[in-house]
Design a protein around this ligand. Sequence first.
Ligand code: SF4
Length: 221
Amino acid sequence: MQRDYRTGNEKVGEVLDILERNYPDATTELKHRSPFQLLIATILSAQTTDRQVNKVTPELFRKFPGPADIAEAPVEEIENMIRTCGCYRSKAKNIKEACGILMERYNGKVPSTVEELMELPGVGRKTANVVASNAFGVAAIAVDTHVFRVSNRIGLVKASDVHKTEEQLMDNIPGEKWSRAHHWLIHHGRRVCKARKPLCHKCPLTHLCDYYQKLVKSSGD
Ligand code: SF4
């Protein structure tokens, strides 16, 4: 297959158009009904799957409907309910403390800025971006393992870590598309551009993808 030699911006634009056509309804897969539920679910999702989080959150939110309930709960009780989500001791401690801060500083509400969110225990930049973008419509690109891998493989960025990936994506993608691009890249990473074995034969981006073009070139050497 011939390499499509376009300028950087043309390539980014075409990649995004193709991803949008393929994943028009892409959104977070974490089930939630409020910014509070999304915050807790996103903290729980570190180093585990959204599916696993979705198994525990209905019962967790039934028992603890709001931040006051989690803030006052014995930490062992929270641990027992989230045990299958990995790192459950630190996650239970973090969500209890985060809920305490929501009650003390924010009258039980979740703050909407990335900076305020990052002050909560268990909330790093990725989690803050996910919550700000999905719950409050703040333009942000949360870079998780899928966004990092897919962006670098395609060549949307050339970055050695998630922070540089976020910066370069924000430079290369128009602001009004940041939040949706995050979901498109995650969906593509989960369904097609898988970590161990990307399904390039099913991918509509081969003519634009640096990784694929290198594969084709090396197989012809
Ligand atoms: S062509 Fe292969 S490596 Fe490139 S984005 Fe598609 S699946 Fe990923």
